[in-house]
Ligand binder design. Structure first.
Ligand code: HEM
Length: 196
């Protein structure tokens, strides 16, 4: 007997989000590397500004009560405080707090997918910071693996996000949220690295 093919909607939500945003991911990945953020500490400091803007703009979502009911433990996952500590480690001033992103509660799920997924690629970035003499206790705290490990934390997040019940319209909003998150990351990256 041959197994029935898995239809698009039977795949988990995160699998669908990955498929819908893979081109955005690849372009962001390429832009990050083209910015040479690990060339020296000055450029890494700029990369921290990008992370500060992105994770700072998502802080209100991580702290949102309704979202924490949907995704228990969400508030613990924000990496913004670690980015702030990294800036302090490097002796860099903390910029003003970024404005919170504008997202509906359902779009927010897509933004959070993007932000949490970025913790997987962070393994690669974390290795590069070691060449700059940085690590999880100095300057690269926000890229260090979480205590439970990247893979387990991600699997738990995926399981929780996949289990949220949504209608078709809301599914589309989650995808729109994820794409908007990648767009915003790209915009922060371009803005910070274009500055003199
Ligand atoms: C040079 C920069 C980056 C590299 C090299 C990189 C690399 C990776 C790698 C290797 C994975 C794991 C793929 C897998 O296990 O299937 C991943 C996953 C992911 N990354 Fe990145 N990444 C980078 C930057 C980013 C950024 C800046 C974001 C978001 C703003 C991001 C969002 C994601 C997401 C959402 C996933 C999860 C994909 C899934 O659903 O499995 N990545 N990345």
């Amino acid at each position: 007997m041959t197994a029935a093919p898995v239809t698009f909607m039977e795949q988990g939500r995160c699998k669908r989000l990955k498929a819908a945003s893979s081109r955005d991911h690849d372009s962001v990945d390429q832009l990050v590397m083209a910015a040479r953020p690990f060339q020296d500490r000055e450029r890494y400091g700029r990369f921290l500004q990008v992370q500060y803007r992105f994770h700072g703009s998502l802080l209100a979502l991580y702290q949102d009560e309704q979202l924490n009911r949907r995704l228990p433990g969400l508030v613990e996952l924000s990496r913004f405080a670690a980015v702030e500590a990294d800036l302090r480690d490097l002796g860099l001033p903390l910029p003003p707090r970024p404005h919170p992103v504008c997202a509906s509660p359902t779009q927010a799920l897509g933004w959070l997918y993007c932000s949490e997924g970025s913790n997987l690629g962070a393994a690669f970035l974390f290795k590069h910071t070691q060449r700059l003499g940085l690590d999880g206790d100095l300057g690269a705290r926000h890229l260090a693996p979480p205590p439970s490990g990247r893979a387990l934390q991600w699997r738990e997040f995926v399981a929780t996000l996949d289990s949220v019940v949504l209608d078709e319209q809301e599914e589309a909003e989650v995808v729109a949220g994820a794409i908007a998150a990648f767009d915003s990351y790209r915009a922060h990256l371009r803005a910070v690295f274009a500055e003199g």
